[in-house]
Write a protein that binds this ligand. Structure first.
Ligand code: ADP
Ligand code: MP5
Length: 273
């Protein structure tokens, strides 16, 4: 049996809803063997981020080397990378191991407002990491920072996607969760030639901690299994919709999504047929 393997290079979320915890749960639910290289430890719960403790670039490199020199990986996801030293070191390792299925989730600000990427590191994301990315998955605020433009309309999102593509990313997904007062959320995919739109009903819930991490991890798992970019995004949209719909009412603040909801629904539908 061939085992699909995915590596997440991201921060640890002690609350389990985002970061490498969300990524590994998502990989597992999609039958992909998950591995992790931790970039920073965050003391986090549903009320916010209470502490950020970045690791050294060397500590990140050694974790990646340990995986690349033995287990290998079919797809790589980068999440919180925090500073330019880590970003440059990770970019170097991606080149050394010649990894091509690289999904960059350009994590900048946690939903509670805590900074997960130093301002000085944005240029490093653009100059070092994006040229190596097969897919980049910014939310709207992240796309605004990376492109320097304001994004209010779908036309703006298309323009921003073209700018990000010009920075070397082969496929751009601009996520739609941050659009205010719209019942339909649209995730836009641009492959350098055409735009695709994945529309979802907005689910009224406060429990959206880790939606972006989970979404990008689902794309990574599907890419690790050899699926196309379009199919991987399509599956990730379904995965995150179920994860939000069956959200977990735990903690006193913004709770996590439900990482087992997607498979649970598939098993239930099999029993019905
Ligand atoms: N309230 C919601 N209802 C339905 N889908 C949502 C909701 N919030 C986010 N999503 C979906 O979750 C995914 C992550 O988007 P977003 O929340 O914008 O990312 P991030 O967590 O990086 O800010 C996207 O597919 C988006 O459409
Ligand atoms: C360690 C870590 N990484 C990423 C996020 C972003 O989470 P979200 O997906 O809600 O934007 C987070 N809150 N913590």
């Amino acid at each position: 049996m061939s085992i699909s393997k995915a590596l997440t290079i991201a921060g640890s979320d002690s609350g389990g809803g985002a970061g490498i915890q969300a990524d590994l749960k998502t990989f597992q639910e999609l039958n992909v063997y998950g591995m992790s290289a931790i970039t920073a430890i965050t003391a986090q719960n549903t009320l916010g981020v209470h502490g950020v403790f970045p690791l050294t670039a060397e500590a990140v490199v050694q974790q990646i080397e340990a995986i690349g020199s033995d287990l290998g990986a079919d797809a790589i996801k980068t999440g919180m990378l925090f500073n330019s030293e880590i970003i440059e070191a990770v970019s170097e390792q991606i080149k050394i191991f010649n990894w091509s299925k690289v999904i960059v989730d350009p994590v900048m600000i946690a939903k509670g407002g805590a900074s997960l990427l130093q301002d000085e590191a944005v240029e490093a994301v653009k100059n070092h990491l994006l040229p190596l990315a097969l897919i980049v998955t910014p939310n709207i605020p992240e796309a605004e920072v990376l492109t320097g433009m304001k994004i209010h309309t779908l036309d703006d999102r298309r323009a921003a996607a073209e700018i990000l593509h010009s920075l070397g990313v082969k496929n751009v997904v601009i996520k739609g969760g941050h659009v205010e007062n719209e019942n339909q959320l649209v995730d836009l995919l641009y492959d350098g030639t055409e735009f695709s739109y994945f529309s979802s009903e907005r689910i009224e819930t406060k429990n959206t901690h880790g939606t972006g991490c989970t979404f990008a991890a689902a794309i990574t798992a599907e890419m690790a299994k050899g699926n196309t970019v379009y199919h991987s995004v399509e599956t990730a949209v379904s995965f995150i919709q179920e994860a939000i719909k069956e959200d977990l009412e735990i903690g006193q603040g913004h709770g996590p999504t439900n990482h087992w909801a997607y498979q649970q629904k598939k098993r239930q539908s099999l029993h019905v047929e």
